[in-house]
Every structure is written in structure tokens, then in C-alpha cells.
Design a binder for this molecule. Structure first.
Ligand code: TEU
Ligand code: CA
Length: 572
């Protein structure tokens, strides 16, 4: 017997990620805020997304733009008040959308009261909330490096010991092995759930269980520090199951774990369909392809063949066992059209639509990062002083300082890969500062805003915006997009990514979509490419495409960055 696919609202949903600092400023201080978001809810409703994931809005000294939290139950002053939050949440719910909050609990800010207590003395009841160690040979306890450059250890004079921080020194890691820490986190989560939020995106949740004994790691050739290798530690699944029992299972939530270093095997545990832990994970294999000896700091283009292989393995292997999150961009990644498509004037719109098609037709829950629906691009930052991101600034200083990269090379890498590419203000219209603020924006506006902005795209039915709107609407109509199984065709093709989606018999009966299946053809290059449509799709209809095709010949010439989806079956 064929098992029916279990249906869940979060599988059918499309998620829109908001980076609040850069979305919409309502009071002219140059910083996006909650009232700004509330003023744009109709825009999101128009796009048709179901869920909004909000990057952190909690009280924070902003060493890492809110990913360093000093009070989990207060709103960051620049973003507004708790009343503003409640109004925004009500506005989201009134429009039939849901809200997923960012949960950053691998670490807190060093200004969080727990850490202020913890660092004050070795006997303090909060001491063991964090990870403290004695130094070794007059230096750090081990050779681990921080994700944001330098050692992962910070010396603290008050007690003559070091604390662990996998990110900036203002982001000390919590000690999850301490049951009190877990209890505090769970009750804080419960407080937000009772407020009526609809889920959590869990920041680097794969890193919470550190390796016992915190062992030194082997230094890669030429590296300054070792990789802490804390991903998927020994107790991570136990802690998440506990979180699930204590909090998640008591509400109807959507949960997605940001899982740096997750493998397919591990993902099957985090996101197992039995619902013991999370609904899905973000994996990073496809966005880390082509990284070199300096990690992400490279000017190498992504390798298309490996990309197709990686995406396909995740599709195949999680099928029927776990659930994928689908993304090409977020606030930590460069703009997807610049990276995976072509942001040159001739191809920007067409390739942005192709990438959207490619992603939304796969199995998993698609994520749209703010501005992606407009085809927003990387930003031509004129010099180091234009960057704001701690990762970018530290990496530039460390790598050029140590002679690992020449400043002009590093600058080239930053323009391609810096997180700030995704953090320039949302481009609303052609007025000053792209309509984002009446004041001085906290980070520069991309100079292309007069050409690329929401107002223009809303008025143009051939825009990237309207194409995304159609993709999102199709998902509501075509259950094969959600529940169909994936099969890769043409695994060796040089330019085309071709796959099918097919509803299993049991599902297709329920959906009245007998024999429903999709053929998805995406050209990832600017080369025209002949392709022979498989016989099975000879009589298929065009579901969506980014060129104006009316019919599809048996031998088609696939156009530069063309995306074409054909549908078989399902007719009355
Ligand atoms: O990112 C975690 C993570 O994996 C990043 O270190 C990622 O490797 C890097 O940003 C890519 O260059 C999360 C958040 O998404 C990020 O914004 C935070 O800075 C980080 O955690 C610390 O909270
Ligand atoms: Ca503001």
C-alpha cells in the first residue's frame, strides 16, 4: 500500500522573511521598525505569503543586529514597543497570515542580566549559565576560532577566566547542559506562544550541545584558528525533544531549525515527520558550494553541477522521512539573483523568475527573503566604510592584517558575498532613499532603486513581483507542488536543471488530480539550449513560465534563463 503524505499547513505555506532593520522605517530615524512592518502588511497579503518570519526584534545592543539579545521579553527600542508588536501581530492575524519569531538561544548578549551576573564571580548562581574555562599556557583554553574572526574565547578580568563565544565576544554561548538554562529558555518560549505567535525559527540550534571536554581541533593548513566543530553535538536531539515536550507540542506551531553543519542523516532526526523535534531545518550545503581556503571569501561562481547534485540528494533523501526548507537567500547570504542568476540589465528579471520557479516547484516549504520578490541585487558598496556587518568588517581586518588576502581581493569577495548585500533597505519606490526612510538610512540604499522598486513592479504585470505572486498562488491550487515526489531528469546536463514532481496515487485521488505530474525545466545559463520534451508530457499544458510561450513543441529551444513548467493530468 502506498502511504499517504501527511498534510500540514506549514508544508503548504510560503514564508516571507523580514529583516526589520531594513524593511520600513516609520519615524524617520533611518532604522526600520515594527510600525513600518505593520504599514506594509497589505503589500505582503497582496503577494500572497502565508507566514512572516521576523528576524530578531528583542532588546539588544546590536553588536550583531539583534542576534545578541539582552532581554528576550522586551522589544528593541529602535523597533518600537510591545504595544506596537501586539498591533503588528493582530494585523498579521487579521489578514489570515501567521508570525514566526526568531529564537536566538545558543547565546545571549553579554549585556543580558544572566551574563552580567555570571561574569561577576565564580560563586554566582548564574555562573554555570555560560561556558567558563581557565586559560592554558597564558592564552585561550583551546584553539577554537569564532565565526566572526579571532579566538572563540574572551578573557574576563573579574574572575581571571575565559568564556566561550562561537560568534562575537558580545555573544557568549549559553551552557545548555545546565537544566536551569533549558528551563529558562522553555518558559520564555512559552510566554511568546501564549501571546499568540505561530512558530519559531531557531538560530544555530545545531550548535547548542558542545563537545564534551571542548577538545582542541586540528588546524587546517594555514588557518589561524581551529573549527570548534560543535554542530550536532551529543545531546542536541535530547534537548530538542525536551523542548518539544515542554513547549512546542502544546501549540500549533511551525518550527524551523537553522542548522549550520547539518548533514542529511542529521536532518532526518531534527525534522523527522514523527514530530518529535522540529518541522524542518535550514541546511547550507547548497550555499557553501565553491567555498575555498578562506571559506566564503572567494570570487568563484557556484558550481552548477554540484549544486544540482546537492539539491537533488536533499530532495530524494528527505522524501517521506523529513521535510525540506527551500531557500536561495536570507539575511546572511548575498542576493540570490546576483549569486545564482544574472543581475546584469539584460537578464536580471528573467533569471530572478527562473530561480523563483526552480525553488517553488521543489518539495519543501519555500522562503522568500525580503526584496527577492522584486529581484533586488547585490550592492556596489564603494569602500569598507560603507559596510555595517560585524562578520564582513572583522573578516576584512583579520584576513588582510594577517596577509591572507590582499585588500583589493578581499573587497572583491565582500562585494560578492558580504551579508550586507541582503541588508540594504527594501526598495519601495523611486523617491529619495527608495521610500524606506525620511531620514538617514543606517546602511546605504542600493543605487539601483529607481529601476528596481515595489511601486514600479506592482504597476507592471510582467514584473518579478507579479511572477512571484503567481507562483505563490499556484501552490494553493496545485497540491502536486507541495506533496508530489521529486525526480531528477538529465543529471549531467550542462545548462538545464530538469525535474518532475508526481503525486502518489493515494494523494492524487484525494486531490482529484489523477496522474498529476509536473515537468520543470530551468536554464541556469544564458545559452540557448535544445531540449526534447519527454513523451509523457507531450500533451501537457503550460502551468507557468518566464517567456511568453503559448505552446511547446516536442523539440524546444530553451531560452536564456528560461523556466517552464508543464502539467499533465488533473483535468476533469
Ligand atoms: O547565523 C549562523 C550562521 O551559520 C552564520 O554564522 C553564517 O555562517 C554566517 O552568517 C554566514 O556568513 C545565524 C544568524 O542567521 C546570523 O545572522 C547571526 O549572525 C548568527 O547566527 C549568530 O547569531
Ligand atoms: Ca525607525
Amino acid at each position: 500500500m502506498v502511504m499517504k503524505m501527511q498534510k500540514n499547513w506549514w508544508k503548504e505555506a510560503v514564508v516571507y522573511q523580514i529583516y526589520p532593520r531594513s524593511f520600513m522605517d516609520s519615524n524617520g530615524d533611518g532604522i526600520g521598525d515594527l510600525n513600518g512592518i505593520t504599514s506594509k502588511l497589505d503589500y505582503l497579503k497582496e503577494l500572497g505569503v502565508d507566514v512572516i518570519w521576523l528576524s530578531p526584534v528583542y532588546q539588544s545592543p546590536n553588536d550583531d543586529n539583534g542576534y545578541d539579545i539582552s532581554n528576550y521579553q522586551a522589544i528593541m527600542k529602535e523597533f518600537g514597543t510591545m504595544e506596537d508588536f501586539d498591533r503588528m501581530l493582530a494585523g498579521i492575524h487579521e489578514r489570515g497570515m501567521r508570525l514566526v519569531m526568531d529564537l536566538v538561544v545558543n547565546h545571549t548578549s553579554d549585556e543580558h542580566p544572566w551574563f552580567v551576573e555570571s561574569r561577576s564571580s565564580k560563586e554566582n548562581p548564574y555562573r554555570d549559565y555560560y561556558i567558563w574555562r581557565e586559560g592554558k599556557d597564558g592564552g585561550a583554553p583551546n584553539n577554537w576560532g569564532s565565526c566572526f574572526s579571532g579566538s572563540a574565547w574572551q578573557y574576563d578580568e573579574a574572575t581571571d577566566m575565559y568564556y566561550l563565544h562561537l560568534f562575537s565576544k558580545k555573544q557568549p554561548d549559553l551552557n545548555w547542559d545546565n537544566p536551569k538554562v533549558r528551563g529558562e529558555v522553555f518558559s520564555m518560549m512559552d510566554w511568546w506562544c501564549r501571546k499568540g505567535i505561530d512558530g519559531f525559527r531557531m538560530d544555530v540550534i545545531s550548535l547548542i550541545s558542545k563537545k564534551p571536554g571542548l577538545p582542541e581541533t586540528k588546524l587546517p593548513e594555514g588557518a589561524l584558528y581551529g573549527d570548534p566543530g560543535c554542530a550536532n553535538g551529543p545531546h542536541v536531539h535530547e534537548y530538542l525533544q525536551e523542548m518539544n515536550r515542554e513547549v512546542l507540542s502544546r501549540y500549533d506551531l511551525m518550527t524551523v531549525g537553522e542548522c549550520a553543519g547539518v548533514t542529511i542523516e542529521e536532518a532526518k532526526k531534527y525534522a523527522s515527520l514523527d514530530g518529535k523535534e522540529l518541522n524542518m531545518v535550514f541546511q547550507f550545503e547548497h550555499v557553501e558550494l565553491g567555498d575555498g581556503s578562506l571559506g566564503k571569501w572567494t570570487d568563484k561562481r557556484f558550481p552548477f553541477r554540484e549544486f544540482r547534485q546537492v539539491m537533488s540528494s536533499w530532495q530524494r533523501e528527505l522524501s517521506g522521512k523529513a521535510w525540506n526548507s527551500l531557500f536561495l537567500g536570507n539575511h546572511d547570504q548575498p542576493r540570490s539573483v546576483s549569486r545564482f542568476g544574472n543581475d546584469g540589465p539584460g537578464y536580471r528579471e528573467i533569471s530572478a523568475k527562473m530561480l523563483g520557479t526552480f525553488l517553488h516547484m521543489m518539495q519543501g516549504t519555500p522562503y522568500v527573503y525580503q526584496g527577492e520578490e522584486l529581484g533586488m541585487t547585490n550592492c556596489p558598496f564603494p569602500g569598507m566604510e560603507a559596510f555595517r556587518d560585524i562578520e564582513s568588517i572583522n573578516a576584512f581586518n583579520e584576513l588582510t592584517g594577517a596577509g591572507k588576502a590582499a585588500p583589493e581581493d578581499m573587497m572583491r569577495y565582500l562585494l560578492l558575498r558580504s551579508r550586507d548585500n541582503a541588508r540594504t533597505p527594501m526598495q519601495w519606490d523611486g523617491s529619495e532613499n527608495a521610500g524606506f526612510t525620511k531620514g538617514e538610512p543606517w546602511i546605504m540604499v542600493n543605487p539601483n532603486y529607481q529601476e528596481i522598486n515595489a511601486e514600479r513592479e506592482l504597476a507592471d504585470e510582467n514584473s518579478v513581483f507579479h511572477y512571484y505572486k503567481k507562483l505563490i498562488a499556484l501552490r494553493k491550487q496545485e497540491k502536486v507542488m507541495v506533496y508530489g515526489s521529486y525526480e531528477l531528469l538529465e543529471p549531467e546536463h550542462e545548462s538545464l536543471y530538469v525535474y518532475t514532481r508526481t503525486l502518489q496515487e493515494a494523494d492524487s485521488q484525494e486531490e482529484k488530480c489523477q496522474g498529476c505530474s509536473l515537468l520543470v525545466i530551468c536554464n541556469f545559463t544564458e545559452r540557448e539550449t535544445p531540449y526534447e520534451i519527454p513523451e509523457q508530457f507531450a500533451a501537457a499544458e503550460i502551468l507557468i513560465g518566464n517567456y511568453q510561450r503559448r505552446e511547446v513543441p516536442e523539440n524546444i529551444m530553451v531560452q536564456p534563463y528560461e523556466a517552464l513548467v508543464l502539467k499533465m493530468g488533473g483535468k476533469e
